[in-house]
Design a protein around this ligand. Sequence first.
Ligand SMILES: NC(=O)c1ccc[n+]([C@@H]2O[C@H](COP(=O)([O-])OP(=O)(O)OC[C@H]3O[C@@H](n4cnc5c(N)ncnc54)[C@H](OP(=O)(O)O)[C@@H]3O)[C@@H](O)[C@H]2O)c1
Length: 340
Amino acid sequence: MTGSAAQLPQTNCAIWLSKFGSPLDAVELCAGPVPVPLAGEALVQMEYSPVNPADLNVLEGRYGQLPALPCVPGHEGVGRVIALGDEADARVSARFLGRRVLLPPGFGAWRAVGVARVAELVGVPEAVPAQQAAMLRINPATAFCMLQNFATLRPGDWLVQNAANSGVGRSVIQIARAKGLRTVNIVRRPGLEAELRAAGADVVLEEGNGLAQRIAAAVEGAPLWLGLNAVGGECALALAKVLAPSGTLVTYGAMAKQPLTLPNGLLIFKDLILRGFWISQWYRRAAAAEVEALFAQLLEWAAAGVLHTPVEAVYPLEQVGAALAHAQRGERSGKVLLRP
Ligand SMILES: NC(=O)c1ccc[n+]([C@@H]2O[C@H](COP(=O)([O-])OP(=O)(O)OC[C@H]3O[C@@H](n4cnc5c(N)ncnc54)[C@H](OP(=O)(O)O)[C@@H]3O)[C@@H](O)[C@H]2O)c1
């Protein structure tokens, strides 16, 4: 093993999920040995990992893809490489030893230390704040792909989204602003307008009566080619109603847990395009060069402060119960992170 033994932790601890259920009952903190990296592997000491809605869905056993149990949850996170497997050559050591890295899918980020394949690590420049890096792989990546892949938008064009104060929603606002696009942002409660405007939002509206008419009035009749839906139900219907003919509604979340129900006429007379997006599937299908370009751009924006996701609280792994309860609460001002 290559690395400084003085830096290596003596014990490991991790959050284990052994049966799906209510998030607070489903997990427990367990101590275990520090794993030894084999050839081609790195030992990574975790720094931060967020509790995302998808993590909660996995604990509940209600997600598009469930892991084999028992497992360590945590879809994403950031850590430092503290040792490499024996056969690591000098170039790999120079590139990764001591370096901050994003962990690959399937790593199970809610742990103190873990082993990952070096080839799957993404190096993080020191200019990127660690907490921001921990949240890059899922939400900003989802926002980037949805803005890139579903409509040809030019500077000045409008798009509309709901759950606009979510992690994804804020990334959409920030990336759209960086690309010169204009955003109509729907939220479900008052008090968020100033904050979202400061983040780059052009229009902020609350869910509720006459939403479609209020959106149309806000863009003064300009065509809306793209709608991003993370809510479902009535709010998604309002987005569909205001899209331009042949516009695209992308559904990527279902926070209201209500189905997306549309009048037939929206498809017949407006030829709306209904699409879905799942970042896990995108990572599986994308070419290596595409993924590399995505991370290069996200890391550059995160280093420059263009991308910034607020954090409401950081909990040690030992307080995972409090972290999960906090993450389940609505009306947060930012993300909940775990820190080993
Ligand atoms: N498909 C993909 O690849 C992908 C990738 C990333 C995320 N997602 C999904 O995107 C959604 C947002 O994720 P996130 O990490 O950005 O969320 P987040 O930062 O944890 O924020 C949650 C958001 O959901 C809103 N919300 C909660 N319950 C709601 C309800 N009943 N009706 C309307 N809004 C509600 C919250 O509003 P308040 O602040 O008012 O509580 C907040 O804006 C989740 O559904 C997540 O699973 C999907």
